[in-house]
Design a protein around this ligand. Structure first.
Ligand code: K7E
Ligand code: CUA
Length: 654
C-alpha cells in the first residue's frame, strides 16, 4: 500500500483512539460483575480490633497529600499532609511547619502529588522513607515512615511539570525528577513559537543521604525539548540506569492532543546515571545559577527553609554514553522494569501492542552501534535490536505495568478499562479483568521492586460513575482490590480514595508497624518556645508581640486566663503538650484566628499566630476530645484598646 494510504489509515486509527480516550470507554460495560461473593467478603474482612496485613500509601493527586490505607480492608488510616496546607493538623499553618511550603515562588499552599515511592535497599522496600513528587511547582518530598510525617521538601531547579518523579534507584542512591513540560532554561522571555530552538527538557538526580535521608540536587541532564512523562530505575543487572518515557518528540507547542500524536514512535530515554556520576566528577557539568528552596524539619520538629543558588547541568554532548533513545510506540506513558531488571515495559497509550525492551539486547545494540541516527546528539537504537517482544492484542490504552514476582506482568488499560495479565516468558496474555472505570496506575505491593510481595493488585481508577451512592457532580475517586493469588484475577473490594490516586506503594505491615513513634519525650523537647512543665509557663511582651508559653495536659491549659493584650498586638500561642501517653494529642483553637487549629502531639510544641481585630474577651479551647473533662479544657484571652489594661497578667499553677 502507498505511503499516503498507510498514513491516512494510521490517522484514522489514531482518530478512533483519541475519540475513545476522550470518552469513557469502560462505562458501557454495565454494572458489577457477580463477584461480591462471601468468598470475596472473607478475603477482605478484617475483624474489629484486628490489623490489616499491608500498609498502602496512595497519592492524594490534586489534594497534594498522601493517604494511608490498610489492605485488604481498604480502611483509611491516615492522611499525611505533604504539599497542601491541612487545617485538620495545622500543617502549613503552625509556625513550626510553615517553612515546609516555601519555594522560590514564595509560600505555596498546594500541589498535585502523583507518585509515592518507598525507599529501597537492594531493590526491596526497606520501610524507611516514602518519597512523592509535586507536579505543579516542581518539588520532591520525603516522609518518615516511623512518624508518618513529611520531613523534607526540595524544589527542583529548572523544573516544570515534575511528573516523572521521584522513582528511586535500587539503593535509594537517587530520586529522580523530569520536566513533563519543557521550558526555556534558564527561564527567559521568548516567543512560545520558538519552542524548538529555546525549550529544553531536564532530568534531575536528587541524591539521598544513606543515614539521614537528606536530599540534595546532585546533577541535572539537559535533554531535547520533549515531554518526559514517567520513569523507573533499573535493578539487578540494569542497576545504574534509569529509564524515562517521552512523548511529543514532534516538539509541538500547541494542541498536543493532535500535534504530539503524529510520530509512530516516541522514545524511552535510557540514562546511564553511573556514567553521569563519572562525568560530573570529571568536572564536565556546568554550574548554572538557579534559585530553589530546600526545606527540612530538624530533630526539634521545627521546619527550616534555605534558598539554594546553583545547580550542575550536564550536556549530553559532554558525556558520551550517557543517554540512548529506545524507539517506543506510541506516545508512551508508563515505563516499568521487571523484577529481574531485564525487561523494560512501556505503556504506549496510543499503541496497539505493549512493547517490551530487553536490557541485554540494549547493551549489545549499544556495543555494536546498531543506531538509527540520532536526535540532538543522542543515539537512537534500532527498534528491532532492542525489542524482546510485543504483547499482542492486550486491549486499548496501556498505561502502567506492575509485576507479581511469579513471572507475570499486569498492565492497566485506560481505554478498555481492564487489567491485563501477561507472561514474561512468552509475552502472551494470560488473563484479563474489567475494572470500574478507566484505570490509571495499578499497584502490587512491592510490584515495582526486585521482590514483589504480591497477593493483590489494586486498580487506581480515574472515574467512578455508578459505583457508589451519588454525591452531586463530583464523585469519589476509587480503588479496587483484586486477588492475584489464583490463575484468574478476582475483584474483592471497591473503596473510595482521597483526591486522585495516581500511583501507590504498599508493604507488609510487619516492616513498619512496631517502629511507629508513639510520643515525643518531653525531657528532650528542644523547641525554643517549648516548656517542660507548668512551672515554666509564662507570658512575655516583646514590643508589639505577645508570647504565651502555654501547656496542655488533661484537661486544662496553663495559663488559661491572659489579660493585657492590646489591639494592634500579635499574639503567639506556643502550646506544649505535656502528655507522655500514646494517642493523646491536644488541639488548640481561638476565636477569629485567620489560621487553623493546632494539633499538638504528646511532647511536642506548636505555635499559632493570632492578631485580634477587636476588643473583648475571647475563648480558646481544646479541639481534640481528650478526656471526660475535655469540654472543660478552655480559657480566655482579654484584648484591650490602646490605653486600656496594659499590664500583662495570667494565672500560674498552684
Ligand atoms: Cu496518573 Cu503516573 Cu500522573 Cu499515569 S500518572 S495514570
Ligand atoms: Cu485536650 Cu481535649
Amino acid at each position: 500500500m502507498s505511503a499516503a494510504v498507510s498514513q491516512s489509515r494510521q490517522a484514522i486509527a489514531v482518530a478512533a483512539l483519541l475519540a475513545a480516550l476522550a470518552g469513557i470507554a469502560g462505562c458501557g460495560k454495565g454494572s458489577s460483575p457477580a463477584v461480591a461473593s462471601s468468598d470475596a467478603a472473607n478475603k477482605t474482612y478484617v475483624a474489629p480490633g484486628k490489623y490489616d496485613d499491608f500498609y498502602a500509601f496512595l497519592s492524594g493527586g490534586f489534594s497534594g497529600q498522601v493517604s494511608v490505607y490498610g489492605l485488604p480492608s481498604g480502611r483509611l488510616l491516615r492522611v499525611i499532609p505533604v504539599f497542601s496546607q491541612d487545617p485538620e493538623k495545622g500543617w502549613g499553618y503552625s509556625e513550626q511547619t510553615k517553612p515546609m511550603l516555601n519555594t522560590s515562588y514564595g509560600f505555596i499552599p498546594w500541589d498535585d502529588a502523583h507518585h509515592p515511592q518507598l525507599s529501597q535497599t537492594d531493590g526491596v522496600p526497606d520501610g524507611r522513607w516514602l518519597f512523592i513528587n509535586g507536579n505543579n511547582t516542581p518539588r520532591v518530598a520525603r516522609l518518615d515512615l516511623a512518624e508518618m510525617d513529611t520531613k523534607e521538601i526540595i524544589e527542583i531547579p529548572n523544573g516544570a511539570g515534575n511528573h516523572a518523579s521521584p522513582f528511586v534507584t535500587q539503593n535509594t542512591e537517587y530520586a529522580v525528577s523530569a520536566t513533563r513540560f519543557s521550558v526555556p532554561t534558564p527561564q527567559k522571555d521568548v516567543p512560545i513559537s520558538s519552542y524548538k530552538e529555546n525549550f529544553v527538557g531536564q532530568l534531575t538526580f536528587i541524591s539521598i543521604d544513606k543515614t539521614t535521608g537528606r536530599m540534595s540536587v546532585a546533577f541535572q541532564i539537559s535533554m531535547p525539548g520533549y515531554d518526559y512523562d514517567l520513569s523507573h530505575a533499573g535493578k539487578g543487572p540494569s542497576h545504574g540506569w534509569s529509564f524515562f518515557t517521552s512523548y511529543n518528540s514532534e516538539q509541538a507547542n500547541t494542541l498536543l492532543e493532535r500535534n504530539a500524536s503524529q510520530n509512530d514512535k516516541d522514545f524511552v530515554a535510557a540514562v546511564h546515571w553511573q556514567e553521569a556520576e563519572k562525568c560530573v566528577a570529571a568536572g564536565k557539568a556546568k554550574v548554572q545559577p538557579a534559585k530553589y528552596a530546600h526545606n527540612w524539619t530538624d530533630e526539634a520538629g521545627i521546619a527550616h527553609s534555605e534558598m539554594l543558588t546553583s545547580t550542575k547541568v550536564l550536556a549530553v554532548k559532554d558525556c558520551p554514553g550517557l543517554v540512548y533513545f529506545l524507539p517506543t510506540p506510541k506516545s508512551p506513558h508508563g515505563v516499568d522494569v521487571d523484577p529481574t531488571g531485564e525487561y523494560i515495559v512501556a505503556g504506549g497509550k496510543l499503541a496497539t501492542v505493549i512493547p517490551v525492551h530487553s536490557f541485554t539486547k540494549m547493551l549489545a545494540a549499544i556495543q555494536n552501534k546498531k543506531f538509527d541516527g540520532e536526535r540532538d546528539g543522542i543515539p537512537i537504537l534500532k527498534y528491532e535490536e532492542v525489542i524482546a517482544g510485543e504483547v499482542q492484542n492486550p486491549g486499548l490504552g496501556p498505561l502502567h505495568t506492575e509485576f507479581d514476582g511469579q513471572g507475570y506482568a499486569y498492565t492497566s488499560m485506560f481505554v478498555s478499562s481492564e487489567i491485563v495479565k501477561w507472561s514474561l516468558k512468552d509475552f502472551k496474555v494470560a488473563d484479563r479483568i474489567p475494572v470500574y472505570y478507566s484505570i490509571g496506575h495499578l499497584m502490587i505491593p512491592g510490584g515495582d521492586s526486585r521482590k514483589p510481595f504480591g497477593k493483590y493488585v489494586i486498580a487506581l481508577n480515574k472515574i467512578t460513575k455508578d459505583r457508589y451512592l451519588p454525591t452531586g457532580p463530583e464523585l469519589a475517586q476509587s480503588a479496587q482490590l483484586i486477588d492475584i493469588t489464583g490463575a484468574k484475577m478476582q475483584v474483592l473490594l471497591d473503596f473510595p480514595t482521597i483526591g486522585e490516586p495516581h500511583y501507590a506503594q504498599a508493604l507488609p505491615a510487619s516492616l513498619i508497624k512496631d517502629k511507629q513513634v508513639r510520643t515525643y519525650a518531653i525531657a528532650e523537647n528542644k523547641d525554643p518556645h517549648g516548656v517542660k512543665s507548668e512551672k515554666e509557663t509564662r507570658v512575655k511582651r516583646e514590643g508589639k508581640a505577645v508570647h504565651i508559653y502555654m501547656t496542655a495536659i488533661r484537661s486544662h491549659f496553663m495559663p488559661d486566663n491572659v489579660e493585657g493584650v492590646q489591639l494592634g498586638d500579635t499574639v503567639y500561642f506556643h502550646v506544649t503538650n505535656l502528655e507522655q501517653d500514646w494517642d493523646v494529642p491536644h488541639g488548640f483553637a481561638v476565636t477569629g484566628a485567620r489560621n487553623s487549629e493546632l494539633l499538638v502531639m504528646p511532647g511536642q510544641t506548636r505555635t499559632v499566630t493570632w492578631v485580634p481585630d477587636r476588643v473583648g474577651v475571647f475563648p480558646f479551647y481544646c479541639t481534640d476530645f481528650c478526656s471526660a473533662l475535655h469540654q472543660e479544657m478552655q480559657g480566655y484571652i482579654r484584648v484591650s484598646a490602646p490605653g486600656g489594661k496594659t499590664q500583662l497578667t495570667y494565672n500560674s499553677p498552684q
